[in-house]
Design a protein around this ligand. Structure first.
Ligand code: ADP
Ligand code: MG
Length: 430
C-alpha cells in the first residue's frame, strides 16, 4: 500500500491498523496495550514479533518465542516524548516543519530507478587514506559544488596531516535518540560528509519520514522518488534507491519521502518486519566503509529496523534540560533488541550536541553524560552554532556551507575521533 495521505487519513489508517493487528498478534498485556498519546495504536498492537516472524527461516535472529518479554519494549511512534515536537534553537532556521502534506494530491507518478551506484572498491579497506589521497581535483574541472567541497577540505585540514583511517570492515551506525531536535540528523549528515571528504565511502540512510537528512544532503525526496520505503515494504534492492550526493565524492544517500510515514504501520503485516533493512543491506553488493542510519524520533518499527541492521548506535545528546530523559528508555530497548534480535548491537558513541559554553547547565549535563556513558562519549563536544542551523536551508552540511565555523570544525573533529576509535577498537579485537 503506497499513497499520499493527509495526517487525518493516516490517523484513520492507524486507527484501523489497531484492530487488524490485534487479530493477528497476541496482545502483550493490558498495560502494554495502552497507547502513549492515545492517538496511536499501542506498541503492543504492532510489535507482536512472534507470530509473523518466520524464526525457522531466519536463524541468527533472536528467538521470538517469548513475545511477552517484548511487552517491556517501549516502542511508540509519537514524534517526541514530551509531545511538543522538535525543539528549535531560537532564531535558527527550522528545517523540521513536520510532514509535508499532500492532501488530495494525485497518485505518485511512475518511478524510474536511478542506475545503481555501485561504488568500486578502488582502495583496499585497510589502506590509510591521507588528505592528499582523499580529495584531489583540479579547480578548473570542478563544478561549483565540488569546489566547495574542495575548499572545505582545505580550510578544515590545511596541512593535510589529519587522516581518517578507513575501517578494516564496514561500520553500520544508527544515529538514534527518541527525543526530537537533539541533533540526530545534523550529526549523521555532518559526520558522514566529513568522513566522505576524507576518503571514506559513506552511505546515509534517511529513515525519518520528515526527510531532513535528504534535505541536508540535497537529495531529491519528493513524492515518487524511489526511497527507503521501497526497500522496507516492497523489497526493492538498496542500490535501486541509492543516489550519489552531488558535490561530495564518496557519499551516497537513500532518501525518505512522505511514503515512509505509512511504513511504521504497513510494516506490521510484513514478513520479518524487524529485519527488512538488515536484509536489504546484506543483499547489497555495494561496498561502503560507513553506513549511517538517521533514525526517526520514536522507538517504533523503523527504529527497530535500524537497530537490527546495525552494530553500533551513536546517541546524540543535547546539552539541555532533560538531556538524559528518554535515554534510559532507549538503552533499555537497545538491550532488548540485543537480547532477542541482534546480539552484536552496542552503544559505541555518544555525542554532546548544541553545547552552550556560556551556561553552567551545559557543563552539568556534560558531567552527567560522561559519568553515565564513560569513554563512549566523544571528547569533542559540538557547540551551539548558528552556522550549523543555517546550513540545511541551503541544502548543505555545515562542512561545506561554512567550513571555518566552530560547528564545522567540531564535526570534523568528531568524525576524526569516530574514525580513529573505530580503527583502534577493531584493532584490539583482532
Ligand atoms: P533531530 O534529527 O534529532 O530531530 P536535528 O539534527 O534536526 O535534530 O536538529 C534540530 C534543530 O537544531 C535543527 O534545526 C538543526 O539545524 C538545529 N541544530 C542542530 N545542531 C545544532 C548546533 N550544533 N547548533 C545550532 N543548531 C543546531
Ligand atoms: Mg532528524
Amino acid at each position: 500500500m503506497r499513497d499520499n495521505a493527509s495526517c487525518d487519513e493516516l490517523g484513520l489508517r492507524q486507527a484501523e491498523a489497531g484492530p487488524v493487528s490485534r487479530e493477528t498478534v497476541p496482545l502483550l498485556g493490558d498495560a502494554a496495550s495502552q497507547s502513549r498519546n492515545g492517538d496511536w495504536p499501542s506498541i503492543a498492537d504492532y510489535v507482536g514479533w512472534a507470530p509473523l516472524y518466520p524464526s525457522s527461516a531466519d536463524p541468527g535472529f533472536g528467538s521470538p518465542e517469548s513475545p511477552s518479554s517484548f511487552g517491556e519494549l517501549d516502542i511508540y511512534p509519537s514524534a517526541n516524548v514530551d509531545g511538543t515536537g522538535t525543539v528549535y534553537e531560537r532564531g535558527a532556521v527550522a528545517v523540521d516543519e513536520g510532514l509535508p502534506l499532500t492532501d488530495g494530491a494525485p497518485a505518485a507518478p511512475t518511478r524510474h530507478a536511478p542506475p545503481p551506484p555501485l561504488p568500486d572498491s578502488v582502495v583496499p579497506a585497510d589502506t590509510e587514506v591521507t588528505m592528499t589521497d582523499a580529495y584531489v581535483s583540479r579547480e578548473t574541472e570542478d563544478p561549483p559544488l565540488a569546489m566547495e567541497a574542495r575548499r572545505a577540505v582545505q580550510i578544515l585540514n590545511p596541512s593535510g596531516e589529519v587522516t581518517m583511517p578507513r575501517p578494516p570492515r564496514r561500520r553500520i551506525i544508527s544515529v538514534s535518540n527518541q527525543k526530537g531536535g537533539v541533533g540526530k540528523t545534523t550529526t549523521a549528515v555532518n559526520i558522514a560528509v566529513a568522513l566522505a571528504l576524507h576518503g571514506n565511502r559513506v552511505l546515509v540512510i534517511d529513515l525519518d519520514p520528515q526527510g531532513n537528512a535528504s534535505t541536508g544532503l540535497n537529495v531529491p525526496h519528493h513524492a515518487g522518488v524511489p526511497d527507503i520505503y521501497d526497500c522496507l515494504i516492497d523489497g526493492a534492492p538498496l542500490d535501486d534507491v541509492t543516489q550519489p550526493v552531488e558535490g561530495i565524492p564518496n557519499l551516497w544517500a537513500i532518501p525518505a519521502t512522505i511514503d515512509l510515514a505509512g511504513a511504521e504501520i504497513e510494516l506490521v503485516s510484513v514478513v520479518a518486519r524487524e529485519s527488512r533493512l538488515r536484509r536489504a543491506i546484506e543483499a547489497s553488493p555495494s561496498q561502503y566503509d560507513y553506513i549511517f542510519i538517521d533514525c526517526p524520533p520514536s522507538l517504533g518499527l523503523l527504529t527497530v529496523n535500524a537497530l537490527v541492521a546495525c552494530e553500533e548506535v551513536l546517541i546524540p545528546i543535547q546539552c539541555e534540560y532533560y538531556a538524559l530523559e528518554g535515554v534510559q528508555a532507549l538503552t533499555a530497548n537497545i538491550d532488548l533488541v540485543r537480547a532477542h534480535l541482534n546480539p552484536n548491537l552496542d552503544i559505541t558513541t555518544v555525542v554532546l550536541t548544541m553545547y552552550d559554553r556560556r551556561t553552567r547547565l551545559a557543563d552539568l549535563v556534560e558531567q552527567d553524560v560522561r559519568k553515565h556513558f564513560g569513554p563512549k562519549v566523544l571528547d569533542t563536544v559540538i557547540p551551539r552554532n548558528v552556522r550549523v542551523s543555517e546550513a540545511p536551508s541551503y541544502s548543505q552540511s555545515v562542512m561545506t556551507y561554512d567550513p571555518g565555523s566552530r560547528g564545522a570544525v567540531s564535526y570534523f573533529e568528531a568524525a576524526r575521533e569516530i574514525a580513529v576509535r573505530g580503527a583502534e577498537q577493531t584493532g584490539d579485537e583482532e
